[in-house]
Ligand binder design. Structure first.
Ligand code: F7E
Length: 411
């Protein structure tokens, strides 16, 4: 897909709304653009992505001929890039999904994680302050900020107790955002987004790692069974198992498409919060910089927890994903009850086949420090901003496995 330089962006006539979404080739950025195209018809949408030698545009190929969307070369870690964007495009909204988002890598690349997720947010806030203080800013926050939780479920009052450089970097960004909101009246928010997934999720995250491998294993099983002579039952065949780390970790998983709706609501709280509607009415639905400043200054703008409010272990996700693919399996532990020996084995006609291992544990995927359990309490955003997520856990797993199965069929 053609990528422009910032100075080549085509801007709407004066007064037209401009929305900038960074990290647009990722899961959340691409869904955000789809959401805005559908729900904010008056906006010109600019997506920012780094120009890489290898094309990573799979999540946005469908936008190639979309007249309201332009893709620009943008790097969050280069402050010049941020200033150029703010100076030239002067967006009304800056929605930041660019990040070092893989928690496991944050121990290996702690400085780069900090640079991208914290220092760059400071650069964004400064650029907004200097060049367009009325620009509304969203930064992707995370349940990883809660980390070593002291109470379940976690809501907005839970203190930050991060367990990874990633969690620490997002907690730092949150503090900066609050400082800029309170010091300068900038409408800047950072939601605590719990895990959110879908067919566009990167394959290094555990859910998509599982769904893509379930599909691979399904094909291996089908090929093995089809090669047996009619009427012969044999389990001399093997599959290459999925290797996972801590399968006991519990996460609160939502659909990424539901999450981008929450983001837009957080960016327009006076529209969605019925007790704030006076602000929307006073401005005739379009927010002047003066009104925005007053609204923010009165402490009306809040960060919200966004979650499904239900959690499941990685092992639950595995079982459900295989079930959706039509494969029955069972968790199996050896007689000595050693945890790392645990495996998920194929079940044929109700009988486990211990030699056909579908999933096994590889300690390589354990983290130096783990967040064992996360479960959100999103009652505030549901009540105050009317957020109503549509997809539950089983539907999400089904959506992901079904999508990965259909990709295989296309090849
Ligand atoms: O791990 C365990 C792993 O990498 C989930 C990001 O979007 O959500 C995401 O962070 C759990 C962890 O996501 C494997 O130890 C076991 O307990 O899918 P994940 P994450 O670390 O929770 C938060 C909210 C964000 O903000 C992040 O940006 O699964 N796990 N075995 C494994 N994880 C991976 N990746 N691979 C495994 O083999």
């Amino acid at each position: 897909m053609k990528i422009k330089n910032i100075q080549d962006i085509t801007l709407p006539p004066s007064g037209g709304m401009v929305i900038f979404v960074s990290g647009v080739t990722g899961q959340d950025g691409s869904h955000m653009v789809d959401y805005l195209l559908k729900n904010v018809p008056e906006a010109t949408i600019i997506g920012g992505a780094r120009r890489l030698s290898v094309d990573n545009h799979d999540n946005i190929v469908h936008l190639e001929h979309e007249p309201r969307f332009q893709l620009v070369n943008f790097d969050l870690t280069d402050s010049h890039s941020i200033y150029k964007l703010m100076e030239y495009a002067k967006p009304d909204y800056f929605i930041n999904f660019a990040a070092q988002s893989f928690v496991a890598s944050s121990w290996d690349f702690a400085r780069q994680t900090w640079q991208t997720n914290s220092t760059s947010i400071l650069d964004c806030l400064e650029a907004i302050k200097r060049l367009k203080p009325s620009c509304r800013f969203y930064n992707a926050g995370s349940s990883e900020e809660f980390g070593n939780v002291i109470v379940t479920p976690q809501n907005e009052t839970h203190p930050p107790r991060p367990r990874s450089p990633y969690g620490a970097s997002k907690a730092a960004a949150r503090t900066l955002i609050k400082v800029y909101r309170e010091s300068y009246g900038i409408y800047a928010v950072q939601g605590w987004l719990f895990n959110h997934e879908g067919p566009r999720r990167g394959k290094e995250f555990v859910t998509r790692k599982i769904t893509t491998n379930v599909v691979r294993i399904k094909n291996e099983i089908d090929a093995a069974l089809n090669s047996l002579p009619d009427g012969v039952a044999s389990f001399d065949w093997k599959v290459t198992p999925i290797e996972l780390g801590n399968i006991d970790a519990c996460r609160d998983w939502s659909d990424a498409e539901d999450m981008v709706d929450a983001v837009w609501r957080m960016l327009n709280q006076e529209v969605y919060n019925s007790s704030h509607l006076g602000y929307a009415t006073l401005t005739g639905g379009r927010f002047t910089p003066e009104w925005t400043k007053l609204y923010v200054g009165q402490g009306m703008v809040k960060d919200y927890v966004c979650s499904s409010d239900v959690n499941h272990s990685i092992r639950d996700f595995v079982t459900e994903a295989f079930k959706v693919a039509g494969i029955e399996g069972r968790w199996f532990i050896n007689m000595k009850n050693e945890p790392l020996s645990e495996r998920f084995v194929y079940v044929d006609g109700g009988i486990p086949v211990p030699d056909v291992v579908l999933v096994r544990i590889n300690p390589q995927f354990y983290r130096p420090a783990e967040v064992e359990t996360l479960r959100g309490d999103s009652s505030a955003i549901r009540k105050e901003l009317g957020w109503n997520p549509k997809t539950n856990f089983n539907e999400l797993v089904k959506k992901m496995v079904t999508s990965d199965l259909s990709q295989v069929k296309k090849v």
